[in-house]
Design a protein around this ligand. Structure first.
Ligand code: PPS
Length: 284
């Protein structure tokens, strides 16, 4: 197992593009007051949120999202390339991260920098992750969904346990500079979610600008945008064609879980998320 990931403090990170020194540096990274972070556990709709925030920043003008890859618009804090880019970046920075709270820059917790944390039904996260990671050389490949299901429940997957990630970050939910969003809400009421993000960022969009943000961040638009769909990753060392935009729906887990897996998952969810009111999580 050791050779399939880059292990750091007991958490598996991708085998390519990540290294111990960068992960150590993340804790010491100097956060600036005007920085904005997009945070998530992998496969929760991170890149959809990146696209939406970029479009809010340009008031719906798609030029930026259609000419610059998403990983350059919002560099990945913990990846080797993203980290190097961010260190030298001037002005308000937009950044993405999947780090669990204890590995995140310490300076954030005493700053006014903002975080948007997106959460998705972990059952759909599991299914999305299974299909995505199976296609890459970045991680240990599961031989079946059944195997991946076991790994996910134990937290033996990239970025570790979903439950610990969410519990850790939700401890920040009452902070003014921390906005929690749900993939399910974003699907159900996309424009409402865009407005919520605007309020949080202190931005105002005219109705036609809001329409443009909505239009260019749609599943179809992102699927067709080479700057956003990961098709620029042609490196065979990483994958043979990566598809970030797979289905983009809620509840796909129902097409993949057995009845027994659904029951096992429910039980574990209740145990691990004890103390959080069920209505906090907007999925069935
Ligand atoms: S990553 O690689 O961990 O950063 O992946 P992440 O971006 O977090 O999540 C990928 C899933 O998000 C879906 N997605 C979208 N859904 C709806 N609308 C839009 N615009 C959109 N963009 C990305 C994507 O399809 C992945 O989910 P699945 O279930 O695999 O389709």
């Amino acid at each position: 197992m050791m050779s399939d990931y880059n292990w750091f403090e007991g958490i598996p990170f991708p085998a390519i593009g990540y290294k111990k020194e960068t992960l150590e540096d993340c804790n010491k990274f100097l956060v600036k007051e005007e920085d904005l972070f997009i945070l998530s556990y992998p496969k929760s709709g991170t890149n959809w949120l990146v696209e939406t925030v970029c479009l809010i920043q340009t008031k719906g003008d798609p030029k930026w999202i259609q000419s610059v890859p998403n990983w350059d618009r919002s560099p990945w804090l913990e990846s080797k390339a993203g980290h190097a880019r961010l260190i030298n970046m001037e002005g308000p920075r937009l950044m993405t991260s999947h780090l669990p709270i204890h590995l995140f820059p310490k300076s954030f917790f005493s700053s006014k920098a903002k975080v948007i944390y997106i959460i998705r039904n972990p059952r759909d996260v599991l299914v999305s992750g299974y299909f995505f990671w199976s296609e890459t050389k970045l991680v240990k490949n599961p031989d079946s969904l059944e195997t991946y299901f076991e790994w996910f429940l134990k937290g033996n997957v990239i970025y570790g346990s979903w439950f610990e990630h969410i519990r850790g970050w939700l401890s920040m939910r009452k902070w003014d500079n921390f906005l929690v969003l749900y993939y399910e809400d974003m699907k159900k009421d996309t424009k409402g979610t865009i407005k919520k993000i605007c309020d949080f960022l202190g931005k105002r969009l005219e109705a036609d600008e809001l329409d443009m943000v909505f239009k260019y961040s749609s599943f179809q638009a992102m699927k067709e945008n080479n700057m956003s769909n990961f098709s620029l990753i042609k490196d065979n060392a990483v994958a043979n064609g990566l598809k970030l935009l797979r289905k983009g729906i809620t509840g796909d887990w129902k097409n993949h879980f057995t009845v027994s897996q659904a029951e096992i998952f429910d039980k574990l969810f209740q145990e691990k998320m004890a103390g959080f009111p069920p209505k906090m999580f907007p999925w069935e």
